[in-house]
Write a protein that binds this ligand. Structure first.
Ligand SMILES: [Zn+2]
Length: 121
């Protein structure tokens, strides 16, 4: 087991391995499966929360990019789009409160939110 958090690099915490089971859009996401987890990462409690947010941002970002390429994505659904907007708002509030640490990039999250709001209805 890692001695330091992979998010902030600090030790001395009870570290958690992230496993969300499902990603933001319900696709399987399982970092605990050894075969599919080539680089397991361990996080302290604060970074676990940030990491979960980062994973959601990546899922939303991937859907936005797929949509730009003309693919169908979960964001074609208005309810999913509202849920994604709400989640990004929550993440922006977290970044405003604590800076987001090393795992969350405020400009990236802002750009995702703008791209989401710019989607044709
Ligand atoms: Zn940490």
């Amino acid at each position: 087991m890692a001695a330091c958090c992979d998010g902030c690099g600090q030790g001395g915490f009870a570290l958690h391995k992230i496993s969300l089971g499902r990603d933001f859009f319900g696709a399987p996401y399982d970092r605990l499966t050894p075969a599919s987890d080539k680089s397991p990462a361990w996080y302290c409690p604060g970074c676990s929360v940030a990491k979960g947010m980062q994973v959601d941002c990546r899922a939303i970002s991937a859907a936005l990019i797929a949509g730009e390429g003309g693919e169908k994505t979960p964001l074609d659904d208005a309810a999913e789009r509202h849920r994604a907007e709400a989640r990004l708002g929550e993440i922006q509030a977290q970044i405003a409160a604590d800076g987001g640490g090393r795992l969350l990039d405020g400009e990236w999250v802002d750009s995702l939110r703008k791209a989401l709001e710019a989607l044709p209805v």
